[in-house]
Design a binder for this molecule. Structure first.
Ligand code: PMP
Length: 378
């Protein structure tokens, strides 16, 4: 089988797997316990914190470990509203549901909110943001890179605008980590949220990275872990896996990114050859090096994906969170595509370990499927 759905989740790296197995068998303690076993578990958790800090260029004390980016996003947005007089929350129309649905909930609860629209390529208009900041927006939530179309957003420019007007910036860096350089300090962000299963770490562990001096309250009650900011027994095996994954990332960083860029070009060339009439979606000039969002003329995305699955190619119609529903992706709809047109979107995402031959073979199978499905339609 050929797995081209890394943006849903990436295969666990060997370095992560080995560290997790070792922790599962060799670290029995609870990181909050004062005895020897507890202290060993504590060491693992603190190593994970330092590993995240190093990977994104932030101080270790800025990192709060959580159960993933969904949780992190919920916590940041809810915290902001709780501690802000007259909160006014902005998020882009292409955010992950763990941002956009919280914003909708907040709106229901009476909080002033606005959704930042995108153009047909999924790009953002900074002028729109400036106007909202002038109207008193207090929090701007924008992803570093989009999980569905791969667009990379100009975080540094956005940060400058947001801070000039005295507002706060939250960046969901989940899809950026491991794929493009992520420099927390350099980008001048207030809150950054992360998840580690998109780049070869374990699922169920994420982080919030905080600008110096910014505090965050827990959304759960009942424990003092993570200095009261994230109650609940620490996930020590996942923390160990995280250390392994970050070590691999540190070693391979630039090489991985270059490999991804080369693979993307190769795959795109092969797809264009095998599937004539291929339509590309998103902002191709500012894109993740591992993501391709495409559409095939007259072919419904779900029909394509079922056929591809039968042929041993795993891709996606958008985020795994909306997969299985008949609704088209909110991201592609936000780009202005009509319902049926939006449903044609197919996302291929791969990683540094995806062999070139797999991409070539996937393109061949895709070409054959497109030819067969097109013939059925006439
Ligand atoms: N944000 C983005 C941009 C994502 O792609 C995802 C995962 N699909 C999430 C947040 C949610 O992350 P998690 O799976 O860790 O909850």
């Amino acid at each position: 089988r050929i797995y081209l759905d890394w943006n849903a989740t990436a295969p666990v790296l060997p370095e992560a797997r080995e560290a997790m197995v070792e922790a599962l068998s060799g670290v029995p303690g609870n990181a909050s316990s004062v005895h020897h076993e507890g202290q060993i578990a504590r060491t693992v958790v603190e190593r994970a914190r330092r590993a995240v800090a190093k990977a994104v260029n932030a101080p270790a004390q800025a990192v709060v470990l959580t159960g993933g980016a969904t949780e992190s996003n919920n916590q940041v947005l809810r915290h902001h509203v709780r501690v802000t007089d007259e909160p006014f929350v902005i998020c882009t129309a292409v955010e992950h549901p763990s941002v956009i649905e919280v914003v909708r909930d907040l709106e229901q609860e009476g909080v002033r909110c606005a959704i930042w629209p995108v153009d047909a390529k999924g790009r953002l208009d900074l002028g729109w943001l400036e106007a909202k900041l002038d109207e008193g927006a207090t929090l701007v939530s924008v992803m570093w890179a989009n999980n569905e179309i791969g667009n990379v957003y100009p975080i540094a420019e956005i940060a400058e605008l947001v801070h000039d007007k005295g507002a706060t910036l939250h960046v969901d860096g989940t899809q950026a980590l491991g794929r493009i350089p992520v420099d927390f300090n350099g980008a001048d962000i207030d809150y950054m949220t992360l998840s580690f299963h998109k780049m070869g770490g374990p699922k169920g562990i994420g982080a919030i990275v905080l600008r110096e001096g910014i505090k965050i309250e827990a959304i759960l009650a009942g424990g003092h872990q993570e200095r009261g900011r994230r109650p609940g027994t620490e996930n020590v095996p996942a923390a160990a896996g995280l250390v392994g994954a970050m070590a691999a990332l540190g070693e391979q960083g630039d090489a991985w990114r270059e490999a991804l860029q080369r693979k993307r070009a190769l795959f795109l060339e092969a797809l264009t050859e095998q599937a004539p009439g291929l339509e590309l979606r998103g902002d191709l000039e500012h894109t993740l090096p591992n993501t391709l969002n495409v559409a095939f003329e007259g072919i419904d995305g779900e029909d394509f994906l079922l056929a591809a699955d039968l042929e041993g190619v795993s891709a996606s119609s958008g985020s795994a969170c909306t997969a299985g529903s008949l609704e088209p992706s909110h991201v592609v709809l936000a780009m202005g595509f009509e319902h049926d047109d939006a449903r044609r979107s197919v996302r291929f995402s791969f990683g540094p370990a995806t062999p070139d031959e797999d991409l070539m073979e996937a393109a061949r199978r895709v070409g054959a499927i497109v030819e067969r499905l097109s013939a059925l339609m006439v």
